[in-house]
Design a protein around this ligand. Structure first.
Ligand SMILES: Nc1ncnc2c1ncn2[C@@H]1O[C@H](COP(=O)(O)OP(=O)(O)OP(=O)(O)O)[C@@H](O)[C@H]1O
Ligand SMILES: [Mg+2]
Length: 505
């Protein structure tokens, strides 16, 4: 259901108190005015703290600097008189006892009257005693069509319209921006070019979008240059991805394929989970958005939920995209804990619902080290397409990882290194430790004014104690968990480290 459908329904079903969190006051008020028209020209009243009720000859300035009076005004109107009452920034007054009480009284009374109160606020901030009576409705960012209309409207004045292709390109790059910001950046662009837009101005729009995403402080654009071929091993996982190569294309839609939904990658540190997330975005040529889960929980109670919705709204507006949630286990670890006032579970609820119900092409890649910290709902079918267990690389895979990194570091002399031996001599090493070993070997070579050799790498490796040795229990646990059919193996050959294998032989 889109905003106007949901909103119309709430109005008709006499929901007395509606709360809309949005930064786009103007746009939402226009949308409300349209709904009011559809409902047989229902009167719309707009109140704000400085001016009181506006544009209303009979009651101008009623409730000026007086939010309680703004509510009392409703009761003075005839019971049968229909009306929509928009209260701007009213979230600021909800903590006040008389306002809260008045709202709860009104919520009962208005159920039988054709009146709705709409609270507009830039964020969700609802005291617990009002949580039951307020219905929160999300107002999505502008659609491609709305964006196109706005661009055309702006260019209309100068009389130099864009070609359809260029208009499409501008609209695509602007998706995720509010109309207000779009207007601001385009007006600047148009003025700078003496009344028109050039193809290069798409970059202006993209930069504005990057900034607005950064300002959320929750999401960040992440450049993804890594490719699937940069991943050594993990063949099952790579096959899965390669089979879905064109999955976000129009051709796939025409074929009737649903969008891939997401992956959960579980495994120990340094085994290539983050690397895979980046390679996925590159593989599909989609923008990669990294979610900082820690930030979701920073700040006041109630704000976290608001931020979660803001994040999912933004991701949907930017779709198709890859949403990368690194270390998701850390976010929800505090759930049900004593110190948590239920915020974590509410955020988790909001998030998991979105995950299960999302229709838009947002591919979620979540990574986790500790599955014990993950709520079971997360692991249920339907949240992700697949859960992969990423274990320690086998000997064969280590050889592949050495090859990937040496090909990058020494593209012309990979064949000079004894890859068989390197892979054999590094049991229990993770991909990250292999990379670290190579850097160490380079230091050895560099300090002696020569290139680094196989022996230098082995020397460096002998000085590293792989994390896996200290974390055997954790690895064994994960391995058993995966073996019990809870996850698919990312590698074709997965075992508990070769050293332990060898000991068993
Ligand atoms: N399978 C692999 N192939 C090639 N390089 C790898 C592989 N695994 C790890 N690496 C190297 O190690 C680095 C760190 O790996 P990455 O950040 O992907 O690990 P991770 O699984 O996300 O670990 P953590 O759980 O600590 O976040 C990568 O940037 C890459 O250079
Ligand atoms: Mg990582």
């Amino acid at each position: 259901m889109n905003f106007s459908e949901e909103f119309d329904l709430l109005l008709r079903a006499c929901y007395p108190l509606i709360y809309i969190p949005t930064a786009e006051e103007e746009r939402v008020e226009a949308a409300i005015a349209q709904s009011a028209k559809k409902l047989g020209n229902r009167a719309v009243y707009v109140w704000d703290f400085v001016e009181g009720y506006q544009d209303n000859p009979n009651n101008s300035n009623v409730g000026r600097r007086n939010p309680l009076q703004a509510l009392e005004f409703l009761e003075k109107l005839p019971e049968k008189a229909p009306g929509i009452f928009i209260l701007r920034d009213f979230h600021r007054f909800l903590e006040d006892i008389s306002i809260a009480r008045k709202l709860r009284n009104l919520s009962r009374r208005l159920k039988a009257q054709p009146k709705n109160i709409i609270i507009l606020a830039p964020e969700i901030s609802i005291p617990p005693d009002l949580a039951e009576v307020l219905t929160v409705v999300d107002f999505a960012l502008p659609t491609a069509t709305e964006i196109k209309t706005e661009i055309q409207r702006l260019l209309c004045a100068t009389g130099k319209p864009l070609s359809d292709q260029l208009l499409d390109e501008f609209a695509r790059s602007a998706q995720g921006l509010t109309l207000e910001r779009l207007r601001r950046v385009l007006t600047k662009g148009i003025a700078a070019r003496g009344g028109q837009l050039e193809p290069e101005d798409v970059e202006l729009v993209l930069e504005e979008k990057r900034q607005s995403i950064r300002q959320t402080q929750i999401l960040d654009f992440y450049p993804a240059t890594e490719q699937i071929t940069d991943i050594g091993g993990l063949d099952n996982l790579k096959d899965w991805l390669l089979r879905r190569g064109g999955a976000f294309s129009d051709r796939a839609r025409a074929y009737g394929l649903p969008h891939p939904r997401g992956l959960l990658l579980v495994g120990i540190q340094g085994t290539g989970k983050s690397l895979t997330a980046k390679a996925i975005a590159h593989h599909w040529h989609l923008p990669l958005l990294r979610l900082d889960v820690g930030r979701l929980f920073a700040g006041l109670v109630g704000e976290s939920e608001s931020r979660t919705r803001q994040m999912t709204n933004l991701a949907e507006a930017l779709a198709p995209c890859v949403l990368w949630i690194d270390e998701i286990d850390k976010a929800f670890a505090g759930m049900n804990g004593k110190s948590d006032s239920g915020t974590t579970s509410r955020v988790f609820g909001t998030f998991i619902n979105w995950l299960a119900e999302k229709k838009s092409p947002v591919f979620v890649v979540a990574t986790a080290n500790n599955i014990q910290a993950l709520p079971p709902e997360m692991l249920r079918k339907g949240r992700f397409d697949e859960i992969f267990f990423v274990g320690l690389p086998s000997q064969e895979e280590r050889q592949a990882i050495f090859t990937v990194h040496l090909s990058r570091l020494r593209p012309h002399s990979v064949k000079d290194y004894d890859l068989d031996r390197l892979a054999y001599e590094t049991p229990d090493f993770s991909g990250a430790e292999i990379e670290q070993t190579l850097i160490e070997a380079m230091h050895i070579g560099f300090s002696q004014n020569r290139d680094f050799t196989t022996d230098d790498i082995l020397e460096a490796a002998s000085q590293i104690i792989p994390l896996a040795r200290a974390a055997q229990e954790q690895i064994q646990f994960l391995q058993d968990w995966a073996a019990a059919g809870k996850a698919r193996l990312a590698s074709r050959h997965n075992r508990l480290g070769d050293r332990i294998q060898r000991q068993l032989q």
